[in-house]
Design a protein around this ligand. Structure first.
Ligand SMILES: O=C(O)CCC(=O)C(=O)O
Ligand SMILES: [Fe+2]
Length: 258
């Protein structure tokens, strides 16, 4: 506990560091503790030094373990974004060229403690992820659910050696809604704790991003206005997200067709 307190978050927008319960000001309760990570050389050095100030061996091992997961997953994220971009008929680096530093991407480790009344509270309530893609590794406990178009929640069963890939709100808006940000949540169980680790691959936070003109046609008119990821993040931190994608970034926020 003392170690967790050493790295606790004091940042309400990006909440880097340790948080217990909801890291943001939504009304609903979150039944989890989490560690939000800056996955850069400096970010990881600072974190492990704060967590293990007098134990350099532990610090080095923790950094090695974090790097072993996040470095390949960063490369995989960029590859997947580029493959999807190309599949849409665009130049491969249309979006990834906005990847300034890894600073715009975030790692997150979630721990959902066992809950004696799992139907009374959620681990994480319904949301879409902010960034381009999320890659999630979950243990065998199960609890991730995705919202289907018919309003039903479907469980994403854990499979050994399998990663879950999710499209985020930024990628949805930048592809004019062709790729869909999946609304998801984490439910609890009364038998065992659950752990998951996520990498949110992000591009430039502060540049105004726009839908490429190639994705705007007569049948598929421009649906999303120019935006910055930072502005989108701030909106989400301040507004509990309803059960749909980034509708506030739409030119017509009342258009509910996706
Ligand atoms: O733990 C999970 O299955 C979901 C985690 C998640 O949605 C998130 O960290 O954004
Ligand atoms: Fe998520």
């Amino acid at each position: 506990m003392e170690r967790k307190m050493r790295v606790r978050s004091s940042d309400v927008v990006n909440f880097f560091g340790y948080t217990a319960g909801s890291p943001i000001k939504w009304k609903s309760k979150w039944w989890l503790e989490g560690l939000q990570l800056k996955v850069t050389e400096n970010g990881l050095d600072d974190l492990v030094a704060q967590a293990y100030p007098d134990e350099p061996d532990h610090a080095a091992r923790f950094k090695k373990d974090l790097t072993a997961f996040f470095t390949p997953v960063h490369e995989l994220s960029r590859f997947l974004v580029e493959e999807l971009t190309e599949a849409l008929g665009l130049t491969r680096d249309t979006f990834t060229r906005h990847e300034v530093t890894q600073m715009n991407s975030t790692g997150r480790m979630n721990h959902y403690p066992v809950c004696s009344d799992p139907d009374s509270v959620l681990g994480i309530p319904a949301h879409g992820d902010i960034q381009m893609t999320s890659i999630l590794y979950q243990d065998g406990a199960g609890g991730l659910q995705v919202l289907k178009d018919d309003g039903q929640w479907v469980g994403i069963r854990p499979e050994e050696s399998t990663l879950v890939v999710n499209i985020g709100d930024t990628f949805m808006a930048l592809t004019n809604g062709i790729l869909r940000s999946a609304v998801h949540r984490a439910v609890l169980n009364s038998k065992k704790d659950r752990y998951s680790t996520v990498y949110f691959y992000g591009i430039d936070n502060t540049t105004t991003l726009t839908v490429p003109p190639e994705l705007v046609t007569e049948e598929h008119p421009l649906k999303y206005r120019p935006f910055t990821v930072q502005e989108h993040r701030k909106y989400l931190m301040e507004n509990e997200i309803p059960l749909h994608g980034p509708r506030h970034l739409q030119i017509d926020p009342d258009d509910a067709t996706s």
